[in-house]
Write a protein that binds this ligand. Structure first.
Ligand code: FDA
Length: 306
């Protein structure tokens, strides 16, 4: 119920203004989002790097509806990647890209060309790109783009969503040498025909996928905040004789920072998914939808308005 409320709120311009104008609202936003622009994203990346954490930067762009918007997103990433190089933050900082932000819904081929330009800029800066996973209707097109990009940029990362019934098969296909795969539970509401619905079934699917990735030849990127799955991943790494440099953990900026520090202190590579950009509101509401208990911080921030 709360989950659907937050997902619906993601489109509310009124609530967005309320959060933004509340004195404490910005603090809540800042916990999850680096800031409006590349300058703030670089500053937070630097702080995280000083704490021994790698980052994957993502420029927040919702609902790209025109070729001009798509091109602007590409230019933002290309400029960001040049700045990461100048700032000496690559390769510890990479970027995550949503193909929908590059206009996948308008023209798949053009979105692919934009993604190619971003991969080229990343290669020039000595770092990598990971293609975020979106709703199941885009999975085939996104994986097709991934395979195309990997011909020239083999380190381009994929994201697989454990809740989709197809994902074990995708894991098998992608558990090959040089292949970087981020495994997450899946953030989109999907029908039963394509996705497991109960949290237990999703967790079991996550473990099956983890077994395939950890026993394979690729580089698994374990994206979860779930303490049980993190412990199982550490266990599987031992079973399959992987050293700490042969897989990594990924968590969202602002979520379980103590666990991020603990994992890094035990020698693991930990990458923080770090969003920035003016369109932070939808992202924030999706985070609250995942964990409605965080609503109290938002409510007190908004009600503290003077
Ligand atoms: P879940 O939300 O089920 O929580 C399980 C347990 O983890 C909780 O019971 C609690 O113990 C702990 N926990 C979770 N959140 C916590 C919090 N805020 N504070 C304290 N404890 C908490 N999705 C997608 O569809 N496409 C994508 O490309 C990506 N990319 C991505 C990158 C990275 C780095 C991450 C971490 C996640 C994604 N996701 C994603 C989102 C992902 O699919 C999923 O929706 C969220 O990570 C939430 O699932 P969890 O695995 O964290 O566990």
């Amino acid at each position: 119920m709360l989950r659907s409320l937050f997902l619906a709120a993601a489109g509310s311009a009124r609530l967005e203004r309320l959060v933004e104008s509340a004195p404490a609202g910005r603090g809540v936003v800042k916990r999850f989002v680096a800031g409006d622009g590349a300058e703030e994203a670089l500053a937070v990346s630097r702080e995280l790097a000083d704490d021994g954490l790698a980052v994957s930067l993502v420029h927040l762009a919702e609902d790209t509806e025109s070729p001009e918007q798509a091109r602007a997103v590409r230019e933002e990433y290309v400029a960001l990647l040049a700045r990461l190089r100048t700032a000496g933050l690559a390769p510890a900082a990479e970027v995550s890209v949503k193909l929908s932000a590059l206009g996948q819904r308008i023209d798949e081929k053009v979105a692919q060309e934009h993604a190619r330009a971003i991969c080229a800029a990343a290669a020039e800066s000595g770092t990598t790109v990971t293609l975020d996973a979106e709703d199941h209707g885009t999975t085939d097109a996104t994986l097709e783009t991934l395979f195309e990009l990997r011909r020239d940029f083999p380190s381009t990362g994929a994201v697989l969503q454990a809740h989709l019934r197809r994902t074990e098969g995708d894991c098998r296909e992608l558990a090959v040498s040089g292949s970087r795969v981020r495994l997450c539970k899946g953030a989109y509401s999907e029908p039963e025909s394509v996705a497991f619905q109960s949290p237990l079934d999703v967790d079991k699917a996550y473990v099956r996928c983890l077994n395939i990735l950890m026993s394979g030849e690729g580089y698994p990127m374990v994206a979860t905040h779930d303490p049980r799955l993190i412990a199982i991943a550490e266990d599987r790494a031992r079973w399959f004789d992987r050293s700490t440099g042969e897989y990594e953990f990924q968590l969202l900026h602002g979520v379980r920072p103590d666990e991020q520090a603990r994992l890094a202190a035990t020698g693991h590579t930990v990458r923080v998914y770090l969003p920035y950009g003016k369109q932070w509101f939808g992202y924030l509401m999706r985070r609250f939808a995942e964990r409605p208990s965080g609503v109290s911080s938002l409510a007190s921030a908004v009600s503290a308005r003077k």
